[in-house]
Design a protein around this ligand. Structure first.
Ligand SMILES: [Zn+2]
Length: 94
């Protein structure tokens, strides 16, 4: 395979991976590209169910039921807590 053909194949593969990642996020799955978030201000925690779905619950909650709240990306490095509005740095894996 020539270098341009390899570049084209690699580009197509990267595009497929981007699409798969986007679909997983739309489905509410945690893609594992960062540490789970934990708000030190209000105690809202992220966790991942055995099926891969991302959930949040309050620290110390007896049943740890999903709150339905999700941390939102503030920018490329930070997230906003949906419960108290605190900005939390995301620890991304390189
Ligand atoms: Zn919070």
């Amino acid at each position: 395979m020539s270098a341009p053909a390899q570049d084209a194949a690699l580009h197509a593969l990267c595009e497929q991976l981007r699409n798969i990642r986007q679909q997983a996020e739309i489905m509410g799955l945690f893609i594992g590209d960062r540490e789970l978030l934990d708000c030190a201000h209000c105690g809202l925690l992220e966790d991942v169910l055995i099926g891969g779905r991302l959930v949040t619950y309050q620290a110390g909650a007896v049943d740890a039921a999903d709150s339905g709240l999700r941390f939102a990306a503030a920018d490329d490095d930070n997230f906003v807590c949906p419960q108290c509005g605190a900005v939390i740095a995301g620890a991304f894996f390189v």
